[in-house]
Design a binder for this molecule. Structure first.
Ligand SMILES: O=C(O)CC1=CCC(=O)O1
Length: 92
């Protein structure tokens, strides 16, 4: 099952720059591990926003929820998930 996820990050004002930097390091490690496993097929920065579009290739809605809720920044992200089906004109 293929899903597009848009993740918007908003850190609360009480977090320090050092705490935010720690979240960014942890996020990169978790994200890298998902990408190496193939569960996360790609991630793109949305230009001009602290947000991304990511593609996930997972077995179920439950697996996607587990993955998304495991992101260290999950408490600070608004996530919109769009399920994708094969387009009839796709040649791949
Ligand atoms: O878009 C970001 O920087 C936050 C994020 C979510 C997954 C990831 O790898 O980074």
């Amino acid at each position: 099952m293929i899903f597009l996820a848009r993740m918007d990050v908003t850190f609360p004002a009480h977090l320090t720059a050092a705490q935010i930097a720690d979240f960014q390091v942890e996020e990169k490690e978790y994200s890298g591990s998902l990408q190496r496993s193939g569960k996360m097929a790609g991630i793109w920065r949305i230009v001009g926003e602290y947000a991304n579009h990511s593609i996930f290739d997972v077995e179920s809605n439950d697996e996607l929820h587990q993955i998304l809720s495991g992101f260290p920044m999950y408490p600070y992200m608004k996530i919109k998930v769009t399920p994708l089906a094969k387009h009839p004109n796709s040649i791949s």
